[in-house]
Design a protein around this ligand. Structure first.
Ligand SMILES: CC(C)(COP(=O)(O)OP(=O)(O)OC[C@H]1O[C@@H](n2cnc3c(N)ncnc32)[C@H](O)[C@@H]1OP(=O)(O)O)[C@@H](O)C(=O)NCCC(=O)NCCS
Length: 455
């Protein structure tokens, strides 16, 4: 550069404030790192194609693939089968079972299934092949592999009804799928399977997705479906459930749920028991749902996990010793404000803890103040298990308790953990933003930062 050239570069602070996406990209970087090389089975209902179209979903998946995620895509075709049946003036037939809602697939219906699956598969492959300049797919070169990965068996005769060509997944050729994933291919599965006798069977895409996720021990199984989310007793959507909680929910709500969602939940429970880490349920009519769920802290759907969550519980007097063991070293380092044993004993019902084999390895407390404000305090995770999501689970638990107590704003005082909270939706605030009662006991020597989150 000539020495007399004007220096037009702005300071890094100025330039990043002009480009908010820089901050945004940095915020999502941890997710990108942690999802790299993880296996995701993404299953979407045929309704999605009619409601919002394929284009954006395929672009989003192409981007996840470019970030290094191993992707198996499973598509449904229920409305597309209906269209084919209508075109041929054939009436849809379903069994009358009270436990499932299988289509009776006779020979004519099977032709419609093949037609619907073939057409949609071609549309998906075409969408992955786009690469026009100035589109999100520019520069992408994605190979999509479909094949006879699914061995099926007939549903057979149930309660006197023969389901003919309607089938269930018997086996998934996970070795071949893994080979293709290893060479960076996207696997595309239609809800069709084949028996060793060479017959084709009409399958539920949920069954194909869950069986494949189980066979691959996938990190995530994600359903985009038209089913409405589950609601708790107060009518709020449930965002997270453990397997035992799901079973409890199902036993209490069996009558209120339609067969479709019941069987989706059962299939998902089966996948978790078979070793799938997480199952997510997202609305199929919301553009960008997949990205919102994966790259935001709170997500937008419901997540089902194994029994891990059940180790998270409210504290009792027996936990005082364990809480002290966790917090005392941090108090000595000046990371947590000092709280004596008697104070913890007095406030024990304000604490939530995470335990494993009766050993505590995480705690957090919620202290309510007037006017719907609460303080998150004493958040600590045993250094040996830090980084495995327990801090985040404790935060979610405290947020849930806060909502139950009608707390609308949560604040935290921290000396060294500012960024951890900022990443989880807290915003910088000042001592003046604290409730009056808390302001009076603010320790000016510690000079803790004040962070606030609206719930
Ligand atoms: C903050 C704390 C509770 C997080 O617990 P955790 O179980 O490790 O949390 P998670 O697993 O949910 O999150 C881990 C992530 O947070 C990051 N992190 C940990 N401490 C951090 C800090 N001080 N600042 C910024 N990020 C931090 C980790 O690097 C990790 O990032 P990664 O997922 O990109 O690898 C734990 O580090 C702790 O006990 N710290 C000491 C006590 C404390 O500071 N409490 C808060 C004041 S009330």
């Amino acid at each position: 550069m000539p020495t007399n050239a004007p220096n037009t570069a702005k300071s890094s602070e100025d330039s990043s404030s002009n480009f908010p996406f820089v901050g945004w990209l940095r915020d999502v970087a941890p997710y990108i790192h942690s999802f790299r090389e993880k296996t995701f089975v993404i299953a979407f209902a045929g309704e999605l194609v009619q409601e919002i179209g394929l284009e954006n979903l395929i672009e989003d998946i192409a981007m996840l693939h470019a970030m290094g995620m191993r992707i198996v895509l499973v598509h449904g075709i229920r409305p597309q089968i209906e269209e084919q049946l209508m075109l041929r003036k054939i009436k849809s037939k379903f069994g009358k079972s009270t436990i499932h809602h299988y289509r009776i697939t006779d020979a004519a219906a099977l032709e419609c299934v093949k037609e619907a699956a073939g057409e949609l598969r071609l549309d998906i492959e075409a969408a992955f092949s786009r690469g026009l300049p100035n589109t999100p797919m520019a520069g992408s070169r994605i190979s999509v592999i479909s094949g006879n990965f699914i061995t099926a068996m007939p549903v057979g005769v149930v309660e006197g009804v023969d389901y003919i060509h309607t089938g269930l997944v018997r086996k998934v050729d996970s070795a071949s799928i893994k080979l293709s994933l290893d060479s960076s291919k996207i696997i595309l599965l239609s809800p069709l399977g084949f028996s060793p006798t060479g017959q084709a069977f009409n399958l539920a895409f949920e069954d194909v997705a869950a069986s494949t996720a189980a066979a691959l021990k996938a990190d995530k199984l994600i359903f985009l479906t038209p089913h409405a989310g589950l609601k708790d007793v107060e009518g709020d959507f449930i965002t997270e459930l453990s397997l035992p909680q799901l079973q409890e929910y199902l036993s209490g709500h069996l009558k209120d749920l339609d067969l479709g969602i019941k069987s989706l939940l059962n299939i998902s429970g089966r996948a978790i028991r078979a070793g799938v880490s997480r199952v997510h349920f997202l609305p199929s009519n919301r553009d960008g749902a997949l990205l919102e769920e994966l790259f935001t802290h709170d997500g937008i759907g419901m997540m089902l996990a194994s029994s891990d969550i059940e180790n998270l519980r409210e504290a009792n007097q027996d936990d005082v010793g364990g809480i002290l063991q966790l917090t005392m070293p941090l108090e000595e380092e000046g990371i947590l404000a000092a709280r004596g044993q008697d104070v913890i004993e007095r406030d024990i019902q304000r604490f939530s803890v995470i335990e494993h084999d009766r050993v505590l390895f995480g705690c957090a407390a919620l202290f309510p103040f007037p006017n719907g404000i609460g303080e998150l305090a004493c958040l600590a995770v045993d250094p040996d298990v830090q980084g495995s999501g327990d801090g985040e689970r404790l935060l979610k638990r405290i947020e849930m308790r806060a909502k139950q107590e009608e707390i609308k704003r949560l604040f935290v005082l921290t000396t060294r953990t500012e960024h951890w909270f900022l990443k989880r939706g807290f915003k910088r605030a000042t001592v003046d933003d604290l409730p009056e009662e808390r302001k009076q006991i603010y320790n000016w020597d510690r000079k803790s930062m004040v962070l606030i989150k609206d719930l």
